[in-house]
Design a protein around this ligand. Structure first.
Ligand code: ZN
Length: 355
């Protein structure tokens, strides 16, 4: 286990006081990354933030399962796992084979980490051969000539792949692009178009569409009120106000718990400063962060009071659940049953990946 990951008395107190009784006994985490550092061969593309790699340069499946035991004592946690790659020069074959093997050996569910360059046939074969339940796509894999601010969903989740995913009723884990995040009109119109055009896809919008600050919301929830199936995970997001709007808009049956481990092992608290999220971290713990606008170091009692990103994330959801009067069965849906229902639907389809 990385020396960056310690559980101290602040964490134990936080878990006992706010989380243990709130969390159901069984949890299914739909968003977690499992990879070995040797699979990431290429230099960063400059299209994604770099601070997550300060938390962990790899996460083996053993490491993930140990993390669950340490973070959620007395709970049983299962996962939907996928890799963490960034460039076409990374080792896709090795990374996906590793995730497939981890899922088989530990009875977990998994998504293939797909390249937008793959044909429909190639994607279908990769998913079936690896025993995957769908695909995880990433904006850094869009064609290199597109400026990062102009990347749209279809640049890394092309229509020919959506067609085969729809045919099989597979899962798509989608981290949306663009600097306006959830409120971006291109993102919103493409999300609605995917739901309408590909009704069998189980589309999960990661991190509540990266709406980490109130300024990221705009009129997104008014638009999303027109959707019927799109699901949202609230991984790596700590904004109770956004969660509250999400619950009021789509209800507890379309919200899924995800951790985005290993980055949420980070010791920090997130604040918003003029519309941008900032991770407050203990000075020195994550190296020299002076050039990263999303990182700010704190000292003394403020630093000592910091707990873990994942605990803060779940606590924010707990507050939103309280304000919206979610019931205990609603909470069980969000943390377990919604995910189990989705996974069973995929696994039981006759043309699905089982067999
Ligand atoms: Zn992630």
């Amino acid at each position: 286990m990385s020396p960056l990951f310690e559980i101290n008395t602040v964490d134990q107190q936080f878990y006992e006081d706010r989380l243990r009784a709130f969390l159901p006994d069984r949890i299914l985490d739909v968003h977690t990354h499992v990879w070995r550092k040797t699979f990431r061969r290429a230099a960063p593309t400059g299209r994604a933030v770099t601070w997550p790699l300060r938390v962990a340069e790899e996460q083996t499946v053993e490491n993930l399962l140990t993390t669950y035991e340490r973070l959620f004592p007395s709970k049983s946690v299962r996962a939907l796992i996928f890799s963490f790659l960034e460039s076409h020069d990374d080792d896709f074959a090795g990374a996906n084979a590793y995730v497939s093997q981890c899922a088989r050996e530990h009875d977990l569910s998994a998504l293939v980490f797909a390249s937008p360059q793959w044909s429909a046939d190639r994607l279908e074969q990769e998913i079936i051969r690896g025993g995957f339940l769908g695909t995880k796509v990433y904006l850094t894999l869009a064609a290199p000539n597109i400026p990062v601010a102009d990347i749209t969903i279809y640049d890394f989740l092309p229509h020919h792949q959506l067609e085969v995913l729809d045919h099989h009723g597979w899962i798509v884990m989608l981290h949306i692009p663009r600097s306006a995040r959830l409120r971006d009109p291109v993102n919103l119109s493409q999300m609605l178009e995917i739901e309408r055009t590909y009704p069998n896809i189980k589309l999960i919008i990661a991190h509540v569409g990266r709406a980490y600050c109130p300024e990221d919301v705009g009129n997104a929830f008014e638009t999303l009120a027109k959707t019927e199936r799109i699901m949202f995970d609230f991984s790596a997001n700590t904004n109770a106000q956004v969660f509250e709007q999400l619950i009021r808009t789509v209800g507890p049956r379309r919200i899924l718990f995800g951790s985005d481990l290993p980055i949420t092992r980070m010791r920090m608290r997130r604040v918003c400063d003029q519309g941008t999220y900032v991770n407050l971290v203990p000075r020195g713990l994550y190296g020299d962060v002076s050039d990263d606008p999303h990182m700010r170091e704190v000292d003394g009692p403020e630093a000592e009071s910091l707990s873990l990103f994942l605990y803060d994330q779940i606590d924010a959801f707990r507050k939103a659940a309280e304000r919206t009067a979610l019931t205990a069965p609603d909470i069980e849906d969000v943390f377990y049953y919604n995910a189990i229902r989705m996974i069973n639907q995929v696994a039981q389809r006759p043309d699905g990946p089982i067999g």
